[in-house]
Design a binder for this molecule. Structure first.
Ligand code: IMP
Length: 426
């Protein structure tokens, strides 16, 4: 039996899908436990590229079971589109996809309110993905209008709950945002039809997972977004609405913390962020454009250009502490192949003092100046390399600098988007 969590150690987009796809080779079950269709996980197998928003990317391995836990906010339309898309490409979800009956649903008014809320904020927006994530979690926590997957299967309950929710949301839509209200009939009709299609996939995930672990199965928990987008520990308010840190794997799937053995922090070999908020090592101007181009850093969900910057060790120290990381998986080393020189931020200077930890107060963060160590780039291709010793010695120097400053071993190094472009460490 093995139980591992693989999660983002930075601001999302760390290349988790690729790492998860690789780790899935040794897993029986892959579980998503938080977030929703705001996630965009890109996996490349052969010449075919898939972008997953709802389903764990493990679904591409024909013999694995994929689970959407109770902590995820499920957009049924996005989920069914993904099931259909996979089906057309020859991947069946029948009998291999399980969805928690307790997960909350994303409804059309959540998406509308997400976008209306952002637009009404003027200059200071969060830069959400517009997928209704915040409003869906708000309803879950507020407890009056949350609608769960299990509600889909009781027509009377669904109609009553949805009617009450649409009435209240329409008041907000009209009075606060001055927009056209939503019609009830098309929403109930489409959600009733989703119920029919989703029914075979729905069950009690906590029971399923605990029994699977008891019987010795290997379970991989796949995080969405990244540590700094955690609603409690991230760069609040420029965060997502769920906990993205390791504890969420337990609460979002109904598995206790004593059952988790390993926590792998997936981190890019540099830093990126989508959306707004502070970013101490951001490279602005031509340097940032250059790295964005090298890494093709454009969002998988929204297509937005990602902000790019140097590797930031204080962020990784926070990720280590907040998640109890046991190792890092370092991705996109190959993206740096042509760089002449590389900078690594090892701490910050704040008002004349040295800070080794990433501050949680954004005003302090805004005044932090990165302290960099610079090293020479290796300037040769690493994309074909499959063993650590074969990496150019300057590339190893770079990896060793990161590993030593963070204080964690690297378990994997990724040198390309393909599954086999991976260096497994001893
Ligand atoms: P939301 O999750 O759509 O509410 O967006 C909140 C913040 O999280 C925004 O800055 C988004 O850009 C960011 N975000 C949400 N999902 C992802 C992701 O999968 N990768 C990177 N950033 C994300």
């Amino acid at each position: 039996m093995s139980t591992k969590i693989a999660l983002g150690a930075q601001w999302g987009d760390e290349g988790k899908a690729k790492v998860v796809d690789y780790l899935t080779l040794d897993s029986d079950i892959v579980v998503r436990y938080q977030g929703g269709a705001n996630a965009g996980h890109t996996v490349k197998v052969g010449d075919v590229e898939f972008v997953f928003h709802m389903i764990p990317s493990g679904i591409m391995h024909q013999d694995k079971i994929c689970v959407i836990g109770n902590g995820v906010v499920v957009d049924p339309q996005a989920l069914l589109d993904e099931i259909d898309d996979l089906h057309t490409k020859g991947f069946s979800c029948e009998g291999r996809l399980k969805v928690s009956q307790s997960a909350h649903l994303v409804l059309p008014y959540h998406k509308l309110l997400d976008r209306a809320g952002e637009e009404s904020k003027g200059g200071v927006t969060i830069g959400t993905t517009g997928r209704g994530i915040g409003p869906a979690y708000r309803d879950k926590v507020e407890r009056t209008h949350g609608i769960r997957v299990m509600d889909l299967f009781d027509a009377r309950r669904l109609t009553e709950k949805l009617r009450a929710a649409v009435d209240v949301k329409n008041e907000i839509i009209k009075k606060i945002y001055n927009l056209e209200p939503l019609e009830f009939a098309p929403i109930i009709d489409s959600y009733a039809s989703y119920a029919e299609r989703l029914r075979p996939f729905v069950s009690d995930i906590s029971i399923f997972l605990n029994e699977a672990i008891d019987s010795g199965k290997n379970v991989l928990f796949e995080g969405a977004q990244g540590t700094l987008l955690d609603v409690d520990h991230g760069t609040y308010p420029y965060v997502t609405s769920s906990n993205t840190t390791a504890g969420a794997a337990c609460t979002g799937s109904g598995v206790g913390p004593t059952r988790i053995e390993e926590v792998i922090g997936v981190t890019k070999s540099y830093t990126t962020r989508v959306g707004n908020g502070p970013f101490p090592t951001e490279m602005v101007g031509e340097d940032g454009d250059h790295l964005r181009k090298l890494g093709n850093e454009f969002g998988a969900t929204t297509g937005r250009a990602r902000r790019c910057g140097w590797f930031d060790v204080p962020i990784l120290r926070s990720a280590k502490r907040l998640n109890g990381l046991t190792s890092i998986a370092l991705t996109r080393l190959d993206t740096l192949d042509t760089m002449e020189r590389l900078k690594v931020c090892t701490s910050y200077e704040y008002k004349g003092e040295r800070l080794d930890q990433f501050p949680s107060d954004l005003e302090i963060l805004a005044d932090c100046q990165p302290i960099y160590e610079e090293i020479e780039g290796w300037r040769s291709s690493t994309a074909h390399i499959r063993s650590y010793q074969e990496l150019p010695s300057l590339a190893r120097d770079y990896v060793e600098l990161l590993v030593e400053r963070i204080g964690l071993p690297a378990s994997l190094i990724s040198v390309g988007p393909e599954r086999h472009a991976t260096i497994e460490m001893d």
